[in-house]
Design a protein around this ligand. Structure first.
Ligand SMILES: Cc1cc2nc3c(=O)[nH]c(=O)nc-3n(C[C@H](O)[C@H](O)[C@H](O)COP(=O)(O)OP(=O)(O)OC[C@H]3O[C@@H](n4cnc5c(N)ncnc54)[C@H](O)[C@@H]3O)c2cc1C
Length: 383
């Protein structure tokens, strides 16, 4: 049985010092940014914005300087993420590369891969997508059928990845691919670094979601040729590598702050003297928020100390998902306004409309609620 470790961590003074700098950057950059776009935050892509964040040194903040990183602490990075998300900043272009692909390459990539790719990520110019899910493999990820076969010193890839966020604008995918058939399905899997742009042996088809956005895609590999050095880490060790990557994916403040602009919009809408019912509801949400913040801060501390907090990250993502998924309904119950997507709607109505439509996906992306609870039960020795 794993020990559940979320010891309280505090932000050190140098991290708090950074907060003012990030806030004034965002106040300036986002002064004309519409409310509805703030509803998208880490799903909203703006390469110009990402480049400006890179210029500030706020991407790859904890990575070694020799790869373009800032050698700062996870806590300083935490403050930057928290401020970006609270403002609803459009960070999607660089988000995945900064959060998990860069750290994965730091851990398992070759020295050439690191020197070639990480500096571009830090400049906010090189973007990644995650090639895990497939048409018949989501929760049961080890059943992926995309396969890579040795081919003239390199590899030939065939298969389809699905729901790949940001694939249409990404320079690379890190994909989980079967390289051999083994007795146990978790064996024989490997990770590959696949360049996506300007090639005719990869097709990328954006998929429209119920809110009308097409940020995720179906990506098909047809005899896609990659060089030998596209293999990340060890052949056949892909499952363990992917599990470590998922701890990065599930542990950050984006797992409870997707609706933060809505909560702040509600407080503004209700003004200085809200009803008692509204005060109680807001108080409850802020108490949840404070707890989730402490949990993600503790996770930043565990990552800072080089640990793999898979269990703690699953608990935090699950609780964060419940919190942020409930918020649009709570807000609508407190205000008389209907959600509206048109230009005549108020900022609060626009935020409400977009987040109501997007919230169902919060307990799917990054692993479903049921699957996370299975991981938690196993981690606590309950099954
Ligand atoms: C907005 C969004 C962005 C995404 N981005 C990416 C991305 O960038 N890259 C990527 O690889 N994937 C991405 N995904 C895919 C996501 O990871 C999968 O949708 C998710 O893992 C579920 O897989 P599935 O859709 O195949 O559903 P299924 O696995 O078929 O699940 C269907 C239902 O059955 C339940 N279920 C399945 N197995 C169990 C079990 N063992 N016990 C209990 N219940 C179970 C699930 O909880 C779910 O409710 C994204 C999804 C969304 C919604």
């Amino acid at each position: 049985m794993s020990r559940f470790r979320l010891d309280p961590d505090r932000l050190p003074p140098e991290a708090e010092k950074l907060r003012g700098e990030v806030r004034s950057f965002l106040a300036d950059e986002l002064k004309d940014f519409p409310a509805w776009k703030r509803a998208y935050t880490w799903m909203g892509s703006d390469p110009d914005f990402s480049r400006k964040v890179g210029e500030r040194g706020w991407i790859g903040m904890t990575w070694p300087e020799r790869y373009g990183g800032g050698e700062r602490t996870s806590f300083e990075r935490y403050v930057v993420l928290e401020e970006m998300l609270a403002a609803g900043a459009p960070v999607a272009a660089h988000w995945i590369a900064d959060r998990q692909s860069g750290p994965l390459l730091l851990k398992y990539g070759t020295e050439e891969q690191r020197h070639e790719i990480l500096p571009g990520i830090c400049r906010g110019e090189v973007y990644f997508c995650i090639g895990m899910s497939e048409p018949d493999s989501g929760s049961d990820l080890a059943s992926v059928r995309t396969r890579a076969e040795p081919d003239d010193g390199g590899w030939r890839i065939n298969g389809t990845k699905l729901w790949t966020s940001g694939a249409a604008g990404a320079h690379y995918m890190i994909a989980l691919i079967r390289t051999s058939v083994a007795e146990k399905k978790h064996q024989g899997l490997s990770q590959f670094l696949i360049p996506l742009q300007n090639r005719d042996d990869v097709s990328i088809r954006p998929i429209r979601d119920l809110a009308g956005n097409d940020h995720f895609c179906e990506v098909t590999f047809e005899d896609t040729r990659v060089d030998a050095d596209a293999l990340i880490g060890e052949e056949g060790a892909g499952w363990g590598q992917v599990m470590a990557e998922l701890a990065y994916e599930r542990s950050g403040p984006e797992r409870y702050l997707s609706c933060q602009p809505l909560l702040e919009g509600l407080a503004r809408h209700l003004g200085p003297a809200p009803s008692e019912r509204a005060r109680i509801a807001i108080g409850k949400q802020v108490a949840h928020l404070a707890t989730l913040r402490q949990m993600t801060l503790s996770l930043a501390g565990l990552l800072e100390r080089g640990e793999n907090p898979a269990l703690e990250a699953s608990v935090t993502k699950d609780l964060g998902g419940v919190f942020e998924q409930d918020l649009p309904g709570i807000v609508q119950g407190l205000v008389a306004d209907e959600p509206r997507t048109d230009d005549d709607g108020s900022d609060l109505q626009n935020l409400l409309a977009h987040l109501t439509q997007n919230a169902p996906s919060f307990s799917l992306r990054g692993g479903t609620r049921e699957v996370l609870r299975g991981i938690i039960a196993r981690g606590l020795g309950l099954r």
